[in-house]
Ligand binder design. Sequence first.
Ligand code: S3P
Length: 184
Amino acid sequence: MIDGVFNDLPDMKIVLIGYMGSGKSSVAEILSEKLNIPFKDLDEEIQKVEKLSIPKIFSEKGEIYFRRLENKTIKELLTLNEKFVLATGGGTPCYADSLSQMKNAKDTVTIYLKTPLPILCERLMNEKGSRPLISHLNTEEELLEFVGIHLFERSHFYNQASLIIETANDSPKQIAERIVKLLF
Ligand code: S3P
């Protein structure tokens, strides 16, 4: 259904979704190099506008403020007459109308990077500090329980992507190569 679909689209947008630690930013960056189109990162766009880091936005302004901003920012990006590869935040498709905006946007494909729970937890254990939703979890067991439930709740949204890529422990480069083969 998607084979070759993007060859002639001047404003194609490739939007990566998936849980924290699934590799969205690394894969998007490599994909953008391979396709020679700009890379954007939704969290970075938000941080630029707010002039605050994501943890600071959460602690000083609260999660709801962040979710509103996330929704507003993705809508703005999706209406640009530009092509790009976008890495979203782990929660982006799960709040307000962000998922339907992504799915209905012109010349846009959404790709879910589906990574097994143990691999996510292994990666996230070392990167908790920069992620406000999990920074309070102390042990591997706590992290596994939290992420297990959270991923279960969010899978309903992620699974609505146009394309689902099972990443296992593949490198970002391998994943980007698979995506290119599927899309072009
Ligand atoms: C979040 C994921 C983060 C960031 C924020 C909230 C989430 O992005 O947007 O901390 O709700 O899963 P990454 O998926 O890039 O870590």
